[in-house]
Every structure is written in C-alpha cells, then in structure tokens.
Design a protein around this ligand. Structure first.
Ligand code: AHG
Ligand code: MN
Ligand code: MN
Length: 333
C-alpha cells in the first residue's frame, strides 16, 4: 500500500492540472472529508454511546429513520453549508431540498445530493455502512434562488461522485470523471491516504448480490439470470458466489474490487425498484462507469441518461462488471 500521498495533497495536485479552477470543488471535498471523519468516529463507538436504534421518526419515503441516519445527515449538511461553496443539498433524509443560497453561500456554484447513511439496517449489528454523494453545478443563475431543476439533472452531468465506506477500515472512493481513486483512513492521524489509485472493475466477475428473499416477486428475466448464475458451467466459472450485505456501498465496493454484479430489481413491494436514482444509483453508476463497469435500469436504460422527474425517485438498478450487466440486460430484453 502506498501511504505517502494524502487525500488533501491528491486533490490539490489534481486542481493544479486545471488552470483557472476556482478551488471551490477542493473546498467542497474538504467539507465531505471532515463530515466523513465525524461520522466515522461516531460509528466506531456506536455500541458504547446511545446512538444506535430508531430515531422514532419516518423519512418522507416511509422508512424508519435510525439515530445515525439523522446524525450523519446533520453532520454532512452542516459541513457543506460552512464553506461558501454549496448552494443547496438534497438528501434521502430530507423531505425537500435544502437551500443555503444566502450569506456566504450566495455565489456558490454547486449542489450536493446524498444518502448520508446507506445500509442503516446494519448499524445495530456492527456491519459496514456507507455515505454516498453526488455533486452538480447548479443550472439556475448564480446569486438567485436555488430551484428544483438544480437537483433534477441527469447523472451524466455529475461533476463528481463518491462514497465513504465505514468498514473494517474507513475508505473514501471518488471520481471527478477522470478515473476512480480510493483513500484509506488512518484514524490515529485523522488522515485519508491514497491506497487504491486508478481503480478498475474487472470486466467479468463471479459474485452476484441480490436480496433473494424477494425472488418470487422478481421479473421473469431477473429470475432467469439468477438461475444462470447458479448453473454449473465450467467454461464460464459458474456457479457464481452469492454475497449480499444489505448495504449498497459495501456490496458495490466488494464487487468493484473483485468483479461482480449488484441487482435491485422491481418487485411487488417496490414496483419501481427500491434504490433512489439521485442519492444512490447516479453516484454509484458514475463510479462504476469510470472504473470500466456499467450501470443500468434495464435494457438500453443507462442509469446516467435518465432525466429525473422527482427528488426521491426510485429505479431498478443493475450495476457492476460490464459483461455481467450486459448479460442481465440480455435476459431482461
Ligand atoms: P438505506 O439504508 O440508505 O435506506 O439504503 C438501503 C438500501 C441499500 O443500501 C441496500 O442494498 C438495500 O437498501 C437493502 O434493501 P433490502 O433490505 O430490501 O434488501
Ligand atoms: Mn441507501
Ligand atoms: Mn440512507
């Protein structure tokens, strides 16, 4: 592992490759980095202090909010509002978008969309969770009120996207559309170090990740694909291995490194799929594509091309190694 370059140094080095860049994105990343450290600290002592369990409220999507969902949402929101570079955020845990388009953020150019804590159901049992973020340039005029259109941009217009995985070690993985790099956190120093430069997703993999408890409710093409994964075929190294953590960030991170596919199709409980286009699918899709993988909502439905119509929109999601996503599309087609 290369432990010499820190995330801060890496960002400054990249920024200097773009003469004339304002440095705003650098400040935005430092907000995200700070909030990630605070959330890391709280997650690491989650069994000791009263921060596990339900918060007693539901979010707008009817899901029980966990205390750490609320905590992470507040920390990221506060950090993003602090440096004058974000004019608003949208979050899985907020009913509507939140604007900070006054005061020192008045001329800010960027909006951030996020899933502050992904995989909430894993918190109480000491299993990996994550944070997912997505950054766009606003489309409304600078200095005026932020509008919903600033948030409803197709994923292909993302300026940057990334995730933090709070796992056996904490990592921050991100892209600005020029490859994917991963940084591992050294908690003793409070510093992220470049540990996974230029991450590449294998074109093929042997892992499939899906909640098979919903099998009977899946579309016929998905059922056939799951059977295909389980079939014996020495030439294509099947049967594949099934791995499902229940946290998109963690399942995707493993598949990014080892090769694999993550599926969350439509089902009777989730007729449009469960995962949120803006907070989960778009940022993970950009990272997948930048690492040589792909992400789709079905045949010929590239995630990054979807024009969102509402903030909390859900879509079916198939993401991972390129050939595996192509195969599931073939079964669905
Ligand atoms: P969140 O905790 O942000 O609501 O996201 C949970 C998501 C995703 O991370 C995970 O893969 C999926 O929901 C798990 O859903 P099931 O429990 O239905 O499999
Ligand atoms: Mn999530
Ligand atoms: Mn969440």
């Amino acid at each position: 592992m290369q432990t010499t370059k820190t995330l801060g140094e890496f960002i400054i080095e990249r920024q200097s490759q773009y003469p004339g860049s304002s440095g705003a994105l650098t400040l935005l990343f430092s907000s995200i980095r700070l909030a990630a450290k605070v959330v890391h600290r709280e997650i690491n002592k989650a069994g000791l202090v009263d921060i596990t369990g339900a918060a007693g409220e539901e979010n707008i999507q009817g899901e029980q909010q966990q205390k750490l969902d609320v905590f992470a949402n507040d920390r990221f929101k506060t950090a993003l509002a602090a440096r004058g570079v974000a004019c608003g955020i949208a979050s899985e845990e907020e009913d509507n978008y939140v604007t900070f388009d006054e005061g020192h953020n008045k001329d800010a150019q960027y909006v951030v969309l996020m899933d502050p804590l992904d995989g909430s159901s894993n918190i109480d049992v000491n299993v990996s969770v994550g944070t997912i973020f997505s950054i766009y340039k606003r489309v409304s005029p600078t200095g005026e009120a932020v509008t919903e259109a600033d948030f409803l941009q197709p994923g292909k217009d993302q300026v940057a996207a990334g995730y933090v995985i709070y796992g056996s070690s904490t990592m921050l993985v991100y892209t600005t559309g020029n490859g994917v790099n991963g940084f591992t956190y050294d908690p003793s120093l409070g510093v992220f170090y470049l540990s996974h430069p230029n991450m590449q997703m294998p074109q093929d993999g042997r892992i499939y990740s899906v909640n098979e408890g919903n099998y009977i409710h899946f579309p016929a093409g998905v059922k056939k694909y799951i059977k295909y994964c389980q079939e014996e075929d020495l030439a294509s190294h099947r049967p594949y291995t099934s791995r499902y953590i229940g946290s998109l960030v963690s399942d995707f991170h493993r598949n990014l490194i080892k090769g694999g596919i993550y599926l969350y199709p439509t089902s009777s409980s989730y007729p449009n799929g469960k995962l949120r286009l803006l907070y989960e699918c778009n940022p993970i899709a950009l990272i997948a594509e930048q690492a040589g993988g792909s992400a789709s909502a079905g045949p010929n439905q590239r995630i990054l091309d979807i024009k969102p119509t509402e903030l909390h929109q859900r879509v079916p999601f198939f993401v991972g190694s390129k050939n595996m996503v192509a195969k599931v599309e073939e079964f669905l087609g």
